[in-house]
Design a protein around this ligand. Structure first.
Ligand code: NDP
Length: 262
């Protein structure tokens, strides 16, 4: 066997050919990059998000790149809409092998000033919806022989961001990391792996990375000296979704340009 042939065998493990994936919050930012990356790795991909127009715009953008995805309008903080989304995706794709829990929200506020409704909005989406989506999909995965769940955590679950205060978000992402480990341990017996990716700052609508007051802390505090683009985080999701990570479960893969090293 030539060296070239051997390397094809290894790269095959990263392939998602024949896999069916569902991404939450897939109409922009990181979620859209994950839809694109999973599809480029060979998966059939569905996503859910609330905004019908933006869902269609994302589908159009993908179609222009030759990627056929499908979308469902749903607010995943409503449990009934989670059930509807998962029923829809399972039927449309013929099953779900990969779930990427990406939808998330962040507000900047000092702890003394955090309104209850903002605290609840962050935890309802970042933690509770992620939990309910995971349970609903893992039930099906357990029956069909397994699957891979990738949660989008954050370096905010590991460090405290500055100069902005965001206590609810930081606590919610620490919860995502610990929930990842908890579900991984519980569902290993069903062949369901559960891992998380913890990105640093990424240029999306959520993160105003170009505001001058943030440069000193967001850019200069990262050893790589820059923020990421969403497509730089997608390969980590593909890796954890694929058989290339078959012995990895309960892990948090940090993709932060070295931010948490300092
Ligand atoms: P965006 O705000 O750009 O996108 C959020 C996505 O979630 C949108 O597609 C949005 O669509 C969807 N969404 C929001 N609320 C709901 C809901 N109730 N039901 C269904 N979908 C919903 O965020 P990012 O792309 O920046 O972030 C994606 C993930 O990555 C989040 O979990 C975030 O915490 C995490 N992250 C981001 C970092 C960054 O620097 N950007 C760094 C570290 C982690 P719609 O509004 O149409 O529903």
């Amino acid at each position: 066997m030539t060296v070239e042939n051997k390397s094809v065998g290894l790269l095959d493990r990263f392939s998602l050919s024949g896999r069916r994936a569902l991404v939450t919050g897939g109409n922009r930012g990181l979620g859209l990059a994950f839809v694109r990356g999973l599809a480029q790795a060979g998966a059939e991909v569905a996503f859910v998000a609330r905004d019908h127009e933006r869902n269609n715009l994302a589908l159009e953008e993908l179609a222009n790149e030759g990627i056929a995805a499908i979308a469902f309008d749903a607010d995943i903080t409503e449990k009934s809409q989670i059930e509807d989304s998962i029923d829809w995706a399972s039927e449309a794709l013929g099953g779900i092998d990969i779930l990427v829990n990406n939808a998330g929200a962040c507000f900047h506020a000092d702890a003394f000033d955090v309104p209850d409704d903002e605290w609840d909005a962050v935890f309802d989406l970042n933690v509770k919806a992620l939990f309910h989506c995971s349970v609903a999909v893992a039930r099906r995965m357990a029956k069909s022989g397994g699957g891979s769940i990738v949660n989008i955590g954050s370096m905010s679950g590991l460090i405290v961001n500055r100069p902005q205060n965001q206590p609810a978000y930081n606590a919610s992402k620490a919860a995502v990391h610990q929930l990842t480990k908890s579900l991984a341990a519980e569902w290993a017996q069903y062949g369901v792996r559960v891992n998380a990716v913890a990105p640093g700052y990424v240029r999306t609508e959520m993160a105003p990375v170009d505001r001058p007051e943030f440069k000193r802390f967001w850019i200069e505090d990262a050893p790589l000296g820059r923020v990421a683009t969403p497509d730089e985080i997608a390969p980590s999701v593909v890796f954890l979704a694929s058989d290339a990570s078959s012995f990895i479960t309960g892990s948090v893969l940090v993709a932060d340009g070295g931010y948490t090293a300092w």
